[in-house]
Write a protein that binds this ligand. Structure first.
Ligand SMILES: [Zn+2]
Ligand SMILES: [Zn+2]
Length: 367
């Protein structure tokens, strides 16, 4: 498992947001402003749904929106926020501000295992006896992280980076500094299941891509959808492959299929985990789909123009990021490489690109 799978939604979003923020300077500032935690307040969204912003300390993404859904037997939270004392204070204080005691929380459904979503779930459970629900595919990831937490996993990780063409400084920077894995859930959920929310209908839509077990949650009795990181209004979530040279998975292909699933919901309101809620989930999902199709097209052209097959690192270095490659710190380079690898893999699945095994592995246009 790579560093990219831990908590990277946040910094990864940062790596890609520049592409989406195509507007002028004022536009960029406006969007940055609305990601400041200080501008956010807990809010009654009507219909027994509240949003509580929880800060992600030191991260430009600003905050996670935790949602509380009222039920006949205590509120259920969608996501919990980053595991940090300031975040805990914002979560408990925010719930109190809307008249809820964290001790009454009945359950926490996490959209995916990333620390800005699942981080505080364990603490909520300790305080209230709530259950934690997570998709089975992300539960497997958490189990692996927990098993590796004390083990010699960094060797496998640095091997992966070397095979992808990273230099030794980058390898060193990337194998250090990992957040603690989140709590294991009490309940593993699957696609189509209803969440235990007495008197209401909250259905699981499995949307793999950003993580293998990412889920969106459709509140059917109010026709609103909690989109986690899958569909966000301005930025696109990080889609990467770890280890980079895996060829048994296709997360970008999965993500694009998951966008089509959300489009089937039609023009209903989206309640995302970051930024702001927005009215038409299908329209935004279609836009993100187009964005990745364009990116795949550009990448195929880049490989067709290259004189020889390229390493993942070389490909990442030639793609467009929100800053020039030379200025990206190692952590973001590692994530950019994961994203390049995911796009290469999708082109390979489409038989447009082929890989040459070796150290490092290389990719060229299909002959
Ligand atoms: Zn996130
Ligand atoms: Zn995420």
């Amino acid at each position: 498992m790579g560093v990219g799978e831990q908590g990277v939604s946040t910094s990864a979003d940062r790596a890609t947001e520049g592409e989406r923020v195509a507007g002028g300077h004022g536009e960029v500032r406006k969007k940055a402003m609305r990601r400041a935690f200080s501008t956010q307040r807990p809010e009654d969204l009507g219909g027994g749904v509240w949003s509580v912003p929880v800060p992600i300390p030191g991260n430009p993404l600003g905050y996670t929106l935790v949602y509380a859904i009222e039920s006949a037997r205590g509120p259920v939270l969608v996501d919990a926020g980053w595991n940090h004392p300031d975040a805990w204070e914002a979560l408990t204080g925010g719930l109190a501000a809307v008249g809820m005691d964290v001790a009454e929380v009945r359950g926490v459904v996490v959209t995916h295992f990333h620390p800005d979503h699942a981080g505080l779930a364990g603490q909520v459970r300790e305080r209230s006896g709530a259950w934690i629900a997570m998709h089975e595919a992300d539960t497997t990831v958490v189990r692996t992280f927990r098993a590796f937490a004390d083990g010699p996993h960094s060797d496998a990780h640095s091997d992966m980076l070397r095979r992808a063409g990273a230099d030794s400084d980058e390898v060193a920077a990337l194998v250090s500094g990992r957040p603690e894995p989140p709590a294991l859930p009490d309940r593993e959920v699957r696609d189509g299941e209803l969440i235990d929310l007495p008197g209401r209908r909250l259905r699981v839509i499995w949307t793999p891509g950003h993580s293998p077990g990412h889920i969106c949650l459709h509140l059917e009795d109010a026709d609103r959808v909690f989109t986690g990181d899958h569909v966000l209004p301005d930025i696109t979530p990080h889609i990467g492959i770890y280890p980079y040279d895996r060829h048994d998975v296709d997360p970008l292909g999965d993500f694009m299929a998951s966008l089509r699933r959300v489009m089937e919901l039609g023009a209903i309101e989206a309640l995302p985990a970051h930024e702001v809620r927005f009215p038409d989930v299908a329209r935004r999902a279609a836009e993100i789909l187009d964005h990745h199709e364009e990116k795949l097209q550009t990448l195929a052209e880049l490989l067709a123009e290259a004189a020889k097959p390229l390493t993942i690192w070389e490909v990442a270095g030639r793609m467009t990021w929100n800053r020039p490659w030379e200025q990206l710190p190692p952590m973001l380079r590692g994530m950019a490489a994961g994203e390049a690898a995911a796009h290469l893999r999708t082109l390979e699945v489409r038989a447009l690109v082929e890989r040459t095994e070796g150290e490092p592995v290389r990719f060229g246009i299909h002959s």
